[in-house]
Design a protein around this ligand. Sequence first.
Ligand SMILES: [Zn+2]
Length: 257
Amino acid sequence: MKKREKSDLEIRAIVQANLLLNKYMIDSPTELDIAGIALMEKCIIKETELTGEAGRIIKSGDHFIISIKEGLEKGQRNFVTVHELGHRIFKETISTYSVCKESDLRENKIFKEALPNQFAAELMMKREWFLDFTNNRDLSFELIKDTAEVFNTSIMSACIRYAHIGDKPVGFIYVHNEKIRWKAFSSDFPFWSLNSKLNELSYSKDYFRNRTRYEGKREIDIDAWFRNDRNRRDGATIYEEIFYMPRYGGVLVMLTT
Ligand SMILES: [Zn+2]
């Protein structure tokens, strides 16, 4: 496990997530009935046509109505639902109406979205469960896919969780239409200063250039991703593995040492 101080936000999320898990006597991810818990917590879930946002929560009398964008894949739908439930648990993150964009679901700086995200991660991927499942296993997208499956969550939320508490150094990057949109790096990953643009040397670039896909990890020159990092050395290499998301027009990249 990463040796790092927990922030106040993390501690609040851990406490509230564990209170709920205890309240409903949930001892494993398979016992986690998200819709059932939401209902017990006075939230009614609806799938509805939303554009430009993944979910929202509205107070309605003494209940809350959680709207989830139609057509999300199951893991993502679950994560959005628990994120919205997080708004309801942390009432200061919601006024009478809260709208959450897809980018809000990986937000870790703006308090109003970071707290529900952390809560969702803690509830769905409780630390002990997550570490039991991932520790001492080879890190690859196979593991991330297995993790998302076991914890009934989205691939992206599993990546972010791994970067925060997994046992191996890693950098995850999401590239959409050739633009680097976000990154989640573990605190022990040795490189930090990402290239501002997608580099010609990267295997990811090939996908956007001519839709070439590669399976598994591939060794690559450090300059493909970190030309200006202070830990960069001439001739150093890292490994790049890509999870292709054609439906979203993007790729999720895993960098390992
Ligand atoms: Zn939100």
